[in-house]
Ligand binder design. Structure first.
Ligand code: ADP
Ligand code: MG
Length: 258
């Protein structure tokens, strides 16, 4: 089982879109996958068709109530083999409830242990901050995948994220691996996108994924239908890009293990 945190403290860089569609594409390639929604905005849950207003228990209870486990909250999705541990706005309270807890950064890691060997991949969608929720995800993770918007300069935000990773690595999780930096929302017609992509490749070298996620309206439409891109429009550029990312993730994981 590999646990991948999708994180970048910047909002709107494609974390949730990547969490949903990478999970769907990994599942389609035969990998049993769990998507954990770690964002109180619950966009990953909603985007996979979960009616979050009707949930009695969600990630908040898993993190805060010792008697609630993942098995009490995990839901199936319309894609066989893809399951989700949903979040609601309640999760924002976990930050406060855990603030004074002993080992507060390790809570998710301990909860995830009950899932050992149940899935090939666990993908975590993080909130747009370097909050305790994100730190919990990074502490529980084997890998970090950081989406980076290609229509913004500079890359300072990503450098900040990597500094946080170094702190998490030295204090909380020395096995955390930067699986890759993913250029997103790429618009090949703009010089800005091309320049930022070059900047990402120059700075991050082999850590940058070869796959680039193009700007594709279908990716923005799919969540309002409660679907991943492969169910919403399999022939779209967005579907092809995320399939290519899933292949690259599987290849990188294989290389790490060999
Ligand atoms: N490749 C893409 N092409 C078009 N729209 C996208 C793409 N990726 C994300 N979006 C849209 O951009 C917005 C922000 O993306 P999102 O995945 O929610 O980012 P984050 O989770 O990092 O805040 C959403 O409205 C989403 O639908
Ligand atoms: Mg998001």
């Amino acid at each position: 089982m590999r646990i991948i945190a999708i994180a970048n403290q910047k909002g709107g860089c494609g974390k949730t879109t990547t969490a949903i569609n990478l999970s769907a594409c990994l599942t389609e390639k035969g990998c049993k996958t769990l998507l954990i929604d770690m964002d109180p905005q619950s966009h990953a849950s909603i985007g996979l068709g979960i009616d979050v207003d009707k949930l009695e228990k969600s990630m908040y209870e898993v993190l805060v109530q010792p008697d609630v486990g993942f098995y009490n909250i995990i839901r199936k999705t319309e894609i066989p083999g893809l399951e989700i541990a949903p979040a609601t706005i309640m999760l924002s309270g976990a930050e406060i409830d855990l603030a004074n807890a002993i080992g507060r950064e390790n809570v998710l890691k301990e909860c995830i242990q009950e899932l050992q060997h149940q899935y090939d991949y666990v993908i975590m969608d993080c909130p747009p901050s370097l909050s305790l929720l994100t730190v919990n995800a990074l502490t529980a993770a084997d890998d970090l995948l950081a989406p980076v918007h290609t229509q913004y300069f500079p890359l300072e935000g990503v450098k900040q994220l990597l500094k946080t990773i170094d702190i998490v690595k030295s204090r909380l999780n020395n096995k955390l691996n930067v699986l890759g930096i993913l250029p997103t929302l790429f618009d090949k017609r703009t010089k800005l996108s091309r320049d930022v992509l070059r900047g990402i490749r120059d700075y991050f070298r082999e850590k940058a994924f070869n796959t680039v996620i193009n700007n594709n309206i279908k990716l923005a439409e799919a969540p309002s239908a409660g679907k991943s891109i492969i169910s919403y429009d399999r022939s779209s550029i967005g579907a092809m890009d995320y399939q290519s990312l899933a292949e690259e993730v599987i290849a990188r994981e294989k290389k790490i293990r060999s």
